[in-house]
Unconditional design. Sequence first.
Length: 136
Amino acid sequence: VGGMAATMWALVRSGGGMAWDRAHPVPQLRGGHVLLRTRGAAINPVDYKAPKALLGPVVGFDVAGVVETVGEGSAWQRGDEVFGRASGSMAQYALTPSGHLARKPASLSWAEAASFGTAHLTGIQALRDHARMSPG
């Protein structure tokens, strides 16, 4: 993408475990997606329990980072600080649909912002979908 390198470091699923790949291809930008320069990522049990065929080669879902490039149809701009969900977040760059992101509050560190994804969504789903709680 522009003057970016074609490869990056990434934590990949490898033979039942995980290993650092220092020459993994940078994800290719698509319409409606955002390419982030990762500044923080969180790991969850699904990252090491689910098989490569189900989740893809790069580990991670939860991310915080800086928008590097935006695909057609995205309202984000280069330089925006964001957090959210991105399949393959344990890498130098992560690609995600633009709707999977929110603006990072200045009061949160990169690590704090990255930790919000899976853990908090699981809690919301438990309360809303299983306990049938609603506002009020």
